[in-house]
Ligand binder design. Structure first.
Ligand SMILES: [Zn+2]
Ligand SMILES: [Zn+2]
Length: 350
């Protein structure tokens, strides 16, 4: 099987060929039809995140070391099963849940494998979908997609479930008042759809880029506000109808987080998803004074991906535009993504 991998952080991916993995126990093998190239792959490729004040989160220091085969948004056809794998059918198409934990700790047993301290994420800690075949440890991580196009559903495993899980953290508030969504890129677009699918009151999208604001309104946002305007917070309040109870920061820069906090109503909830980098800009006393709830949200759990896939199957979540590329153009896909060249998702189709 062909695969591409990181040999050295920041260097071009290398291509290789190796035998298809042999399966044991509950393992299953997927013939990869679609592997999404995600923004977090860029961070992985670069080897870390900017934490602000000159500090960097180094993946190497956290035990993520090359060689790494990336790819956490994978869909394809089941081609083989281990002796103890049950409940899945060879030849059927599946979306792979990638945010796998140890499976035995209390966090995992409570259904939050994505928060496990001993993570074994596909495409990060273990081999991912930038390959012709992908080994998955258990059939429970395979979600049947039926006749849906693998390239359409692959992004649900990361950008989709990330947005879905973040929106769900607002609870029933989304029905009473629009959610302020800071960042009108791919996740912001997904957010508009998720809010509609969950019968939310809608989204007020904030972005610096006029093209993204226009796209947000075209996709059904109630309003789009220029986050760089000096009176941005007032404009957001006008669009929401007052201080916001639900604010989602998909950017994660000191500027976006400051604006998000300024918009927040007393007792409101700010969910942080973006990983742009930097340090928190909030004045500490204002957090209790506002009784603000500030939550981080990291991808989503298996149950959430199942719910989201059900919505996609019912046609309530429409696929995002995709650009299909062969596996050997993985480097072009990463460079193109960094330059912002793709509308929607770049998908490797081995
Ligand atoms: Zn665990
Ligand atoms: Zn991702």
């Amino acid at each position: 099987m062909k695969y591409v991998y990181i040999q050295e952080f920041g260097e071009p991916l290398l291509g290789g060929e190796k035998p298809e993995p042999a399966l044991s126990g509950t393992e299953v093998l997927i013939r990869v039809k679609a592997a999404g190239v995600c923004h977090s792959d860029l961070h992985l490729w670069e080897g870390g995140y900017d934490l602000g004040q000159g500090r960097k989160l180094s993946l190497k220091d956290r035990g993520v070391t090359p060689p790494i085969t990336m790819g956490h948004e994978t869909a394809g056809e089941l081609m083989a099963v281990g002796p103890d794998a049950e409940g899945v059918a060879i030849g059927e198409s599946y979306l792979v849940y990638p945010w796998i934990g140890c499976g035995v700790c209390p966090t995992c047993r409570n259904g939050f494998e994505n928060y496990c301290g001993n993570a074994a994420y596909i495409g990060v800690h273990r081999d991912g979908g930038y390959a012709e075949c992908l080994r998955v440890p258990h059939p429970r991580y395979l979600l049947p997609i039926g006749d849906l196009d693998p390239a359409d559903v692959a992004p649900l495993a990361c950008s989709g479930v990330t947005t879905y899980s973040a929106v769900k953290k607002f609870g029933a508030q989304i029905k009473d008042q629009p959610v302020v969504v800071i960042g009108g890129g791919g996740l912001g677009q997904m957010c508009i759809q998720v809010l509609r699918a969950l019968d939310g009151a809608g989204a007020v999208v904030v972005d610096l880029d006029p093209a993204k604001r226009e796209a947000a309104v075209a996709a059904g946002a109630l309003a789009a506000v220029d986050g760089g305007a000096p009176d941005a917070a007032a404009r957001i309040a006008a669009a929401v109808g007052g201080p916001a109870f639900s604010v989602l920061d998909l950017v994660g820069s000191p500027q976006s987080a400051a604006l998000a906090f300024d918009c927040l109503a007393k007792g409101g909830t700010l969910v942080m998803v973006g990983l742009f980098g930097g340090t928190a800009p909030w004045s500490l006393p204002l957090i209790p004074i506002k009784a603000a709830r500030i939550l981080g949200s990291l991808v989503g759990n298996l149950g959430e991906l199942r719910e989201l896939l059900d919505l996609a199957r019912a046609g309530r979540i429409k696929p995002i535009p995709v650009t299909r590329l062969p596996l050997d153009r993985a480097n072009d896909a990463l460079v193109g993504l960094r330059r912002g060249e793709f509308v929607g998702r770049a998908i490797l189709c081995p």
